[in-house]
Design a binder for this molecule. Structure first.
Ligand SMILES: [Zn+2]
Length: 373
């Protein structure tokens, strides 16, 4: 009886969701020129990184950024489902799942915030379904909103334990970041088939093909964690583990551009931008040698509303803003016209297209077992 009722609800929900998606104009993947499909994808998210974060850093420190050397240079529009300034949860959901979300929610539809009936597939899940490897590296806690968007489906970014448990139930090969309360429990990791790693030595000692949950000590603030490793060190190691015949999808988040911008900490922000840019160089070196890797760099939103007035850059708020953020691409001929902008939720749709997905493969609705979440 309960199953019957659930089945009816599910069918009704499917019709409603399909109609909503149609109204929202999400029709799947557009046609693309005859480019060879890519094998590996590395998606960089500079949390809170606006164009003026880059301009200010270059001007103040007199440095060049690797970001500026990528051949395709456009912008991403970041509004959330309600048309408001987004948070990292809705931003990550758009970038991971190709759908608009309500701020605060992780990988669920606005019409089903509990994910009881269905949820949108993420790029990590798509990669795994295609037989690719998948990884997440962040300088935030592993249960932070951005890594969660690529590894969990839940109504709230604050659901720290459910997010961690979903990550540990996933087929993602590596999830590495700063510690999260429930993630540091070795038993929880190991009972789910993940090796808990807390140092690069632990990573080097992993058995061939082992899944790993990285809880690197400290806040990874700006430059390095308490072990002395950096976002670029972890990313280099992740790429070397994921690289193989199957291809891989890797999401790398630089979290502290946002955190320092909330605090209006100019020096910290610039350090974080530089570390993020240095990490991009690591990926670019790999992609240039490999020749089959797509690199996409963007942000979930801008933080700090940095403006230039009277020839001087400065923060004008301690919050997120709605301005378009950089979207830089390496490894394909087409993605976006230089100077043009696209909605953030179209970025993973284009990535799926470059991986050779058919129109109905992504974005895609996954039917949940009732009360799964
Ligand atoms: Zn923020």
């Amino acid at each position: 009886m309960l199953n019957d009722i659930t089945g009816v609800f599910r069918r009704v929900f499917t019709v409603i969701t399909s109609l909503l998606l149609m109204i929202a104009g999400i029709g799947g993947i557009g046609s693309s020129p005859n480019e060879p499909k890519v094998k590996n994808v590395i998606l960089f998210i500079g949390d809170g990184m606006g164009e003026n974060h880059l301009e200010w850093t270059k001007e103040e420190l007199g440095v060049d950024l690797v970001l500026d050397t990528l051949p395709i240079q456009g912008y991403s529009e970041t509004a959330d489902y309600l048309g408001l300034v987004t948070d990292s949860a809705a931003g990550a959901t758009a970038l991971a799942c190709g759908v608009r979300a309500i701020s605060g929610s992780i990988g669920v539809y606005p019409s089903d915030l509990l994910g009881v009936f269905s949820y949108p597939m993420s790029l990590s899940e798509l990669a795994i379904e295609k037989g690719m490897k998948a990884g997440i590296v962040t300088s935030d806690s592993t249960s932070g909103a951005t890594p969660a968007g690529f590894s969990a489906h839940t109504k709230s970014r604050d659901d720290e334990r459910p997010i961690t448990l979903q990550q540990l139930r996933s087929e993602i090969d590596l999830i590495w970041g700063a510690p999260t309360d429930s993630g540091t429990n070795k038993n929880i990791s190991e009972s789910n088939g993940f090796s808990l790693v807390t140092s690069l030595d632990d990573v080097d000692a992993l058995p061939e093909g082992a899944k790993s949950f990285g809880q690197f000590p400290g806040k990874l603030w700006g430059l390095e964690n308490e072990e002395g490793s950096t976002l670029s060190d972890l990313t280099a190691k992740a790429i070397s583990l994921l690289d193989g015949e199957e291809g891989f999808f890797l999401m790398v988040e630089g979290a502290h551009i946002d955190k320092n911008s909330h605090a209006n900490n100019k020096e910290g922000m610039m350090e974080a931008v530089q570390e993020f840019d240095k990490t991009l160089q690591v990926a670019l070196d790999f992609a240039q040698a490999d020749g089959e890797t797509l690199i996409v760099v963007t942000a979930d939103h801008e933080t700090g509303a940095i403006k230039k007035t009277n020839g001087q850059f400065g923060f004008t708020s301690g919050s997120h803003s709605g301005v378009n953020v950089p979207l830089r691409v390496y490894g394909v001929e087409s993605f976006i016209e230089t100077g043009a902008s696209m909605k953030n939720r179209m970025i993973p749709v284009y990535i799926a297209d470059k991986l050779g997905c058919e129109k109905d493969e992504f974005p895609r609705q996954i039917y949940a077992t009732a009360f799964e979440f």
